[in-house]
Design a protein around this ligand. Structure first.
Ligand code: IMP
Ligand code: MG
Length: 181
């Protein structure tokens, strides 16, 4: 285990079974629909690649990137779109937003409202991790991998200061790494 990680919250095996379970559920729920799977960069990339291989439907994949201003490990709630998806008219699609973690919800609320204006048939949200205790914005996920406590986590796409994304598990980052520097 990485020395900066205090404990493993979600193991490699658990991550794999989450992708499997949610992929199969999404396959059943979206049968016969035109699915546009949109990964929220950068945190969702590992989850999206695992999850999408269990979605047994014709679908397009795209990415969107929002940037929220950070004050240490806390988002300020101010958001802007850094990279948009290719499709401007979404009227033929059921959109599935793929997120790494739903924290305050500010980022996903912003993205969802923006895409809503392009009139998709529907927008659903799948998030690997949910921190419901931290929710501020009015947004919730349709599919959740697992709820996590209010601790700062890294790995499997999630970063601190752009590091730790490549850890194969989700772990709690030691406080000393980001506090009292
Ligand atoms: P929100 O807008 O507060 O919901 O935050 C969304 C983004 O903040 C997530 O997509 C993550 O990229 C990041 N984030 C929130 N909590 C954590 C965490 O515990 N570890 C790493 N990134 C996090
Ligand atoms: Mg993210």
């Amino acid at each position: 285990m990485n020395d900066d990680v205090e404990k493993i919250l979600v193991s490699e095996q658990e991550l794999s079974s989450i992708a499997h379970r949610l992929g199969e559920q999404i396959t059943r729920d979206f049968e016969g629909k035109r699915l546009l799977v949109v990964g929220v960069l950068k945190g969702s990339i590992y989850f999206l690649t695992d999850l999408s291989r269990y979605i047994d439907l014709p679908c397009k994949l795209d990415f969107i990137q929002a940037s929220s201003y950070y004050d240490g490990t806390e988002s300020t709630g101010e958001i802007m779109i850094v990279k948009d998806i290719q499709e401007k008219d979404l009227s033929e699609f059921d959109v599935l937003l793929v997120e790494d973690i739903l924290d305050t919800g500010n980022t996903l609320k912003y993205i969802k409202d923006m895409l809503e204006k392009r009139k998709p048939r529907s927008i659903s949200i799948v998030t690997l991790l949910d921190k419901p205790a931290r929710r501020v914005a009015e947004v919730s996920a349709d599919y959740v991998g697992v709820d996590v406590p209010n601790e700062f986590v890294v790995g499997y796409g999630l970063d601190y200061n752009q590091y730790y994304r490549n850890l194969p598990y989700i772990g709690v980052l030691r406080r000393e790494v980001y506090e009292g520097k």
